[in-house]
Design a protein around this ligand. Structure first.
Ligand SMILES: [Zn+2]
Length: 469
C-alpha cells in the first residue's frame, strides 16, 4: 500500500470523484471572499446540494454516469428526496448526510492540499496556490445561492446539470486536468510527476486493451504481454517497471490474505484444535517432496521475462488453500530474478528488515531449507507460523481502554484451540487504478461504454481528451 501511495500520490481509495476536488476548491474560495459565511455549514450545504444534483442527473442520464460510483452521502440524500423536495437545512445538520463534521472533505483534504487546491489556513481551509478563483466561480455558478436555501424543489435542481459530479458539463475540467496531470513537462520524460506518469500509463493501457475490469486485466497485461514492453509510449514512462514490481507484490500479498481468509473463515468451524487447523492445508496437497512440488509449478520468470504464472490453467484448477500456496511459491521464486528497476518495488529488504517474516525473501529461504521434506509437513509448519504470528500481532496492538483489556483480533488461540471472533476480509490490496480511472472519467479523459450485441463487454475506452493528455 505504501508503494502504491508513492506511485500515485493525490488519489486514494476514497477519492473517486474528480469533481469533489474542484467543489472543495470552490468552497475554499467562497469562504475566503465571503467572510460572513459559516465555514462548516457552507461546506455541508454545498455538498448536500451538489450530491442531490448529481443523484438526480444520474437517475435521468445513467449512461453519462456509467463506471462512476455514486455521490457521497447518496443513500441518505436520495431517500430524503422522495417527496420531490430537497431539505437542505435538515440534511446539512450535524449527523445527517455525513457523520463527519467536515462532511466528505476529510478523505479528500490531504490530496487537495498536495495538489495545491486548498491550504490549511482559515477556520476550515483556504484557497491553495493552484486555485483559480474566477474559473471556479463560473464553474459552480449558482451553487452558493442554492446552498443558502433551506429547501429546494427537485425540479429546480434538475436544471443545474452543470453542477453534476459526472463533469459532463463542467467548465473547470481542463483546468483541473492541468492541475492533476501537469503537462508542461511534455517532451521531458524525467520530470513528469509520478501521478502524471501513472495516469499516462493507464490511459495508454486503456487505449490498447479497452478493459472491463481494470486492475485484474491490466495487471496481467503489464506483467506478461510483450506489447507493453514494446510499445513506444509506454517505454517512455520510467514508472512502468515500478508498477510491475508493485503488481507482483500485490499478487504475492493477495495470496497470503486469501490463504488466511480461507483458514479463518472456512476451517474454523468452532473451537478447533490447532493441529487440525494446521492439517487443513496439508490435506489439499499431494504426498510428495517439497522440491518436486516446487519443480512442477510454472516459473514466474522465464529466461529473464516475467510470466503471469499465477494464472496458469493448472493453478486455476487447484483448491483454494493449495492455490494460494502455489501463488506464494511462484512469488517467492521471483526473488533475485527481477530487473534492477522492478525488484525494489517487489521487495525492499532494507525497508522491510523490521518485518521480514512472510516477505518473499523470507519464504524463499524457508522453502529452500525444507526442500527434502514432504510438502504436507511444510504446509503444516507454515500454518503454525501464521497462527503464531496472528497472535503476536494482535497482542502488540492490544491496549487497556475504559477498564478493559482489548486485543484486536478475529481469531483467538487458547489452550491449544483456535476460534473465530469474526470473518476475515482477504482480497488484494488496491492499486488505486480504479479510483484514478474514475477520476479521469470525471475529467473526460476516459469513458465507460456499454457492451454491444456482438458480444463485447462493457469496457473502458480512451476519449480524445485522454489521447491529447
Ligand atoms: Zn451527471
Amino acid at each position: 500500500m505504501r508503494r502504491v501511495e508513492e506511485l500515485l500520490p493525490g488519489v486514494t481509495t476514497v477519492t473517486p470523484h474528480a469533481r469533489y476536488y474542484s467543489l472543495h476548491a470552490f468552497v475554499a474560495t467562497a469562504l475566503s471572499s465571503h467572510g460572513d459565511l459559516d465555514p462548516v455549514d457552507t461546506l455541508r450545504r454545498c455538498e448536500v446540494v451538489f450530491g442531490a444534483i448529481s443523484i438526480l442527473h444520474a437517475r435521468r442520464f445513467p449512461e453519462q454516469h456509467r463506471g462512476m460510483s455514486q455521490a457521497h452521502g447518496h443513500d441518505i440524500i436520495s431517500a430524503s428526496m422522495r417527496d420531490g423536495e430537497l431539505n437542505v437545512a435538515a440534511l446539512a445538520a450535524s449527523g445527517s448526510y455525513a457523520q463527519a463534521t467536515r462532511g466528505f472533505l476529510g478523505p479528500y483534504l490531504a490530496s487537495e492540499r498536495l495538489l495545491g487546491l486548498v491550504t490549511a489556513g482559515g477556520e476550515l481551509m483556504s484557497p491553495g496556490p493552484k486555485s483559480d478563483e474566477r474559473g471556479l466561480k463560473l464553474a459552480f455558478d449558482g451553487l452558493l445561492d442554492l446552498a443558502k436555501m433551506d429547501s429546494i424543489p427537485c425540479n429546480i435542481l434538475e436544471g443545474y446539470s452543470s453542477l453534476c459530479l459526472c463533469g459532463q458539463h463542467a467548465i473547470e475540467r481542463t483546468w483541473l486536468r492541468s492541475v492533476m496531470f501537469p503537462t508542461q513537462f511534455l517532451g521531458d520524460v524525467g520530470t513528469r510527476s509520478r501521478r502524471t506518469q501513472t495516469a499516462l500509463m493507464l490511459c495508454r493501457l486503456i487505449e490498447m486493451y479497452e478493459p472491463d475490469n481494470l486492475s485484474i486485466e491490466l495487471s496481467r497485461k503489464l506483467i506478461a504481454d510483450s506489447r507493453t514492453y514494446a510499445d513506444g509510449q509506454l517505454r517512455e514512462l520510467e514508472i512502468l517497471p515500478a508498477w510491475r514490481g508493485v503488481v507482483l507484490r500485490r499478487w504475492y500479498t493477495w495470496a497470503w490474505r486469501d490463504l488466511w481468509r480461507w483458514l479463518v473463515n472456512t476451517q474454523m468451524t468452532g473451537a478447533v484444535p490447532i493441529a487440525q487447523l494446521q492439517s487443513a492445508l496439508s490435506e489439499q496437497l499431494p504426498d510428495k517432496k517439497l522440491s518436486s512440488f516446487r519443480e512442477e509449478l510454472p516459473d514466474g520468470v522465464e529466461a529473464g521475462r516475467l510470466v503471469d504464472a499465477e494464472y496458469d490453467p493448472e493453478i486455476c484448477l487447484m483448491e483454494t488453500g493449495s492455490q494460494n500456496l502455489a501463488w506464494l511459491m511462484i512469488g517467492a521464486g521471483r526473488v533475485g530474478q527481477l530487473s534492477e528497476h522492478v525488484a525494489p518495488y517487489f521487495e525492499s529488504t532494507k525497508r522491510e528488515r523490521g518485518n521480514y517474516e512472510l516477505t518473499p525473501s523470507w519464504l524463499r529461504d524457508f522453502l529452500s531449507q525444507r526442500n527434502d521434506q514432504s510438502v504436507r509437513d511444510v504446509a503444516f509448519e507454515l500454518t503454525g507460523v501464521l497462527l503464531a504470528r496472528s497472535q503476536r500481532v494482535a497482542m502488540s496492538k492490544s491496549s487497556f481502554t475504559n477498564g478493559r483489556w482489548r486485543v484486536p483480533t478475529r481469531l483467538t488461540v487458547r489452550d491449544g484451540y483456535a476460534f473465530r471472533e469474526s470473518n476475515e476480509g482477504g482480497g488484494p490490496v488496491s492499486l488505486r487504478w480504479d479510483q484514478l480511472t474514475q477520476v479521469m472519467s470525471g475529467l473526460g479523459m476516459v469513458r465507460r461504454v456499454p457492451g454491444d450485441t456482438s458480444g463485447a463487454a462493457e469496457r473502458w475506452t480512451l476519449t480524445r481528451n485522454g489521447r491529447d493528455q
